[in-house]
Design a binder for this molecule. Structure first.
Ligand code: 13P
Ligand code: SF4
Length: 333
């Protein structure tokens, strides 16, 4: 297959659509290509278990950016969503960064178009901008410090009490940070479609049926869920909590992909995913973007080195400053 027709497929569909032979041992081939090309596979906890199992590193947004900044590999294959691949490219401009499917977006990143955000920011000239990493490179370029759900409290607390702050784009995380730090943050009104879709009524029923379960939640959830949660943290924080906290039953209010690692590491504990509003087949919350990553698309991305993430250098340099500031402030996390 010629490179120009592969690029045509990517331009038209967002990923390499070449059919993979039925009898191909995908796992063995992915491992072979990875070695041959000195590539590293980074995967977020929300992607399918089969991809997590083959990844070199699985993590939350902070862990993945730390890995992307430090890896000695020549190529990064990022199994997550678009802004994660972009962040990896911002941090490692000399490496080739590919993602299995360019369509894997994020409702939070989509909620903040750069032109509208620039106009919003202009209304608050004396405010510093803290942006959740779930945003485009253009938004990162308009940002002073990036944060993730692992370090948002620490980063806000590192600033002087009288520092005025815009927090974007997740209003739920922003409200949580404002509540925890006692700060008055100016919020951009974005949300994660997955976490806000957890059903209050179904969760209430589930808690009544399981009064002995602790409720643990990701801070992208709505305020009423966070207020009743026994523990709130990032994806990695939730995983560590079920591993370390001496309790056997948890209701997990976040994307269900994290249950793969949780079940693997604490098979004796009972883990119940919080229910989504939709009566979907898994009766849980799944990110449709994360689930666009498949083993076939991962294989094609490695083989053809497409779709490649490209970030214009002027945007990259400005975005780099805000991400690097986050990494600096997160040493030790
Ligand atoms: P963390 O990886 O920071 O837990 O955020 C979860 C998420 O929604 C990633 O898109
Ligand atoms: Fe974006 Fe939510 Fe999906 Fe994370 S889970 S990628 S925040 S839509």
């Amino acid at each position: 297959m010629s490179m120009s027709s592969i690029q045509e497929q990517v331009a038209r569909y967002g990923y390499v659509t070449e059919a993979v032979a039925d009898d191909l041992d995908l796992i063995a081939e992915i491992n072979r290509l990875k070695k041959e090309k000195n590539a590293v596979i980074l995967a977020h906890y929300y992607v399918d278990g089969a991809i997590q199992d083959i990844a070199d590193y699985i993590g939350d947004s902070l862990g993945l950016s730390q890995q992307a900044a430090a890896t000695p590999a020549d190529m990064i294959v990022f199994c997550g969503v678009h802004f994660m691949g972009e962040t990896a490219k911002v941090l490692s401009p000399n490496k080739k960064v590919v993602i299995p499917d360019l369509n894997a977006g994020c409702s939070l990143a989509d909620s903040a178009p750069a032109d509208k955000f620039a106009a919003f920011k202009a209304q608050y000239p004396d405010h510093l901008v803290i942006s959740y990493i779930n945003c485009s490179a253009e938004i990162k370029a308009l940002t002073d410090i990036v944060c993730t759900s692992s370090n948002a409290l620490q980063i806000v607390n590192s600033l002087p009490k009288d520092q005025k702050i815009i927090f974007a784009p997740d209003a739920n995380l922003g409200r949580y940070v404002a509540h925890k730090t006692g700060r008055d943050l100016v919020l951009w009104d974005g949300a994660c479609i997955v976490h806000i879709d957890i059903s209050r009524e179904k969760l209430q029923k589930l808690r009544e049926e399981n009064p002995d379960a602790l409720l643990i939640a990701h801070p992208e959830c709505k305020e009423d869920i966070l207020l009743q949660a026994d523990f709130v943290s990032s994806t990695t924080g939730l995983l560590k909590f079920v591993q370390e906290y001496p309790h056997d039953k948890f209701i997990v209010a976040t994307e269900a992909g994290i249950l793969h690692k949780m079940k693997e590491s604490v098979p004796h504990k009972k883990l119940i995913p919080a229910p989504a509003t939709d009566n979907n087949t898994c009766a849980c919350s799944e990110c449709p973007y994360m689930k666009m990553n498949t083993l076939e698309k991962l294989y094609n991305a490695l083989l053809y080195e497409q779709p490649e993430i490209i970030v214009p250098e002027n945007t990259r340099l400005k975005a780099y400053a805000s991400v690097a500031r986050m990494l600096e402030l997160s040493k030790g996390i």
